[in-house]
Write a new protein. Sequence first.
Lengths: 215, 218
Amino acid sequence: MKTISLERSVAMIPDGASLMIGGFMAVGTPERVVDEIVRQNKRDLTVIANDTAMPGKGIGKLVGAKLLRKAVVSHIGLNPETQRQMMAGELQVELVPQGTLIERIRAGGYGLGGILTQTGIGTPVEDGKQVIQVNGKSYLLEVAIRADFALVQAFLADYLGNLSYALTARNFNPVMAMAADTVIVCADNVVPVGVISPDHIATPAPVVDYLIANV
Amino acid sequence: MEPQEIIARRIARELSSGMLVNLGIGIPTQVANYLPEGLHVFFQSENGLIGTGAPPEEGMAHPTLTDAGGRPVTALPGASTFDSAMSFGLIRGGHLDLTVLGGLQVDQAGHLANWTIPKKMVPGMGGAMDLVSGAKRVIVAMQHTAKGKSKIVKKCTLPITSTRRVDLVVTELAVIAFPEGRATLLETGPGVSVPQVVAATEAELVIPDHVAEIHVSS
């Protein structure tokens, strides 16, 4: 794990990259990183996240700045701009049931090719997917997803990169931290090693590549 | 009494102590307001919280304690937080006793459509498909009609949320269950007659000999 400045962390991201971004309606989204992506004007991004938040918050800022080519998300209902760009054909949106999305990401990070779920059977979500029978029940095969970068917001990060999360700001963050080639973490508090009890570490240090330094 | 209040009060009677319950937005959220005294129910927010409490007092909101709509909430004593994989493991894995959701249409076989109106309303399904497919019991809370048209239809014209049948639909006019996949009228709304329910309903209803009236006390 290396510590890195905010500016340099985002400079690593090329145009066209795929990004997993933690957060649920912008709660637990690394806002500092999002702001820096907008400032550096990274373009043609694919974002994999729970939702596109709302205009002016979290991933909504990336949508508003028209930096996204594709969004793989479960919900866009609170962001009219995402819906507008989708309807206008400016932004490709893949809608995925939330429980399926998190499991596809988990599979990507845990070395699995995909998962079987009953969610989506008999609905438009089934279109084009393989249906597999197990013990007399039908399941959809939902394939794993990985990304070039995971942008993770933690509550505590120690100097080694061990992470813990706060309340409902946890959501997709620890799962995404396993599923990307490069994991960049922003933390509310950077603390000495030992401050986080081993039992409270949700993301172990070896999976973290970069910890953004405090300003 | 407003239709929403009748619906929320009636559904509150389906809850019992120790249940793990997920409430959707809109009328379902109001169910929590009408719990009988002394009942201890675990409310789940699918963003990663069990023990969701009422909104905090002014000035007490915390940016990392929110419900699935991103609104500030409180956490009751005994609350727990977890990541989204566990949250949906609870939902799909047979741990969630009850989900209460809003609806656009329910058909006479018990199929729910509540996540999209193609080309008009495309918010994404969020957790709805997992909730309907995975919860042990599914209750739909919705008004009986929209713009004068029955929302309880012969067959859903909107894309369905799951092939799994819902267990109960509660409207201001009726309580309907789906034994053997047939819409069956269990109760009528306060002061509502069976013929009034039939007249307001597109679906074919099975009408038992005895149909009770929704009992709600304020």
